[in-house]
Design a protein around this ligand. Sequence first.
Ligand code: ADP
Length: 283
Amino acid sequence: MPPAVSLQNVHKNYNKVPVVNDLSFSIQSGEMFGLLGPNGAGKSTTIRMLTTLTQPSQGKIEIEGYDVVRQPLAVKQNIGVVLQQTSVDIDLTVWENMELHGRLHHISNPERKQRINQWLDYVELSERRDSLVKTLSGGMKRRLQIARALLHQPKILFLDEPTVGLDPQTRRRIWEIIRDLNRQGMTMLLTTHYMDEVEYLCDRIGIMDSGKLIELGTLQEFKSRHGEGLVMKQVEERFEYKFFPTLADANAYLDSLPDKTGMMVRPSNLEDIFVEMTGRQLD
Ligand code: ADP
């Protein structure tokens, strides 16, 4: 079986400026993969190439074994897409948005009606089926986007910054939906610049910076590579960090110092590793 998603030496240039630079990785069927990186790293551009919205300048991308440039139709049948900007039509009702998408995918009745009911029920929007989308909250619109993306029964769901701009409670609700879909077997790729989102949801993480993949693996692998223990030292207004293989090693180091002023030990986390790798704080 081919990987669900495969990128080989993918480049994308805009006006000769590289935005995605030699990206290679693959995602296995059923995986929940998180692409993490600061704004401008190239995450959205990557998702746009994976979902046939823009073509790579160079390299090869396959979705379920189909080439995104040569077989875009087959790719589209296999994927659901939830983009950052709300792509639902705000002047139509919830039901009409679903209906339109169902027709575009040539799903005929009574199947279409049954599936629309099923997915609206799943994202808890059944009671708002006749509401105009412009009257929905941000979280409801996002849930509608997810329901719509699932209507043609894709194998892979792409989510570009699925919880950006949502309040904490609504984010949690979206997380639960994403997690539940993945448990039902859906392959997922999500982009985010939220550390907690990745830590909570993702099996495997790719960190992008300036168009390049600078780290790939599970959170546990990252910690093993960089260190599980951290000594923090306050130097005037900022902190300096020193990684140690284990928390015990970090404690032993601190114990060995005669002057422990402004220092503390704690387990490392994804943000520490990101800052260590890029020298930059995520916003
Ligand atoms: P991210 O999703 O990680 O924030 P993007 O993929 O949106 O990053 O953007 C990466 C870079 O590519 C940015 O510098 C952005 O300005 C540039 N870019 C994105 N889309 C276009 C485009 N259509 N034309 C020119 N530059 C673009």
